[in-house]
Design a binder for this molecule. Structure first.
Ligand SMILES: [Zn+2]
Length: 75
């Protein structure tokens, strides 16, 4: 594992959530072009992150929404 691989592993979370500085983003992306291992790893991390974000967008069950709206009507 090269020092650049370690750098990517240390920073991939911030990279995915868009919290890296432009310099660090460039460093990560430069490395991804030459390292299939990190590219694969980050691809997988992105998919997992996408799933997590997707889960948060699932609407509440109808029963729950109905009981919340009933409560609001009574308020
Ligand atoms: Zn690497």
């Amino acid at each position: 594992m090269s020092p650049e691989c370690v750098f990517v592993l240390d920073h991939y979370n911030d990279y995915i959530s868009g919290e890296l500085t432009p310099e660090k983003i460039a460093r990560v992306e430069n490395h991804l072009m030459s390292c299939p291992h990190c590219e694969k790893f980050l691809g997988r991390a992105f998919r997992i992150h996408g799933h997590t974000v997707g889960l948060l967008r699932i609407p509440a069950p109808r029963v729950l929404r109905k009981s919340i709206s009933n409560l609001l009507d009574k308020a």
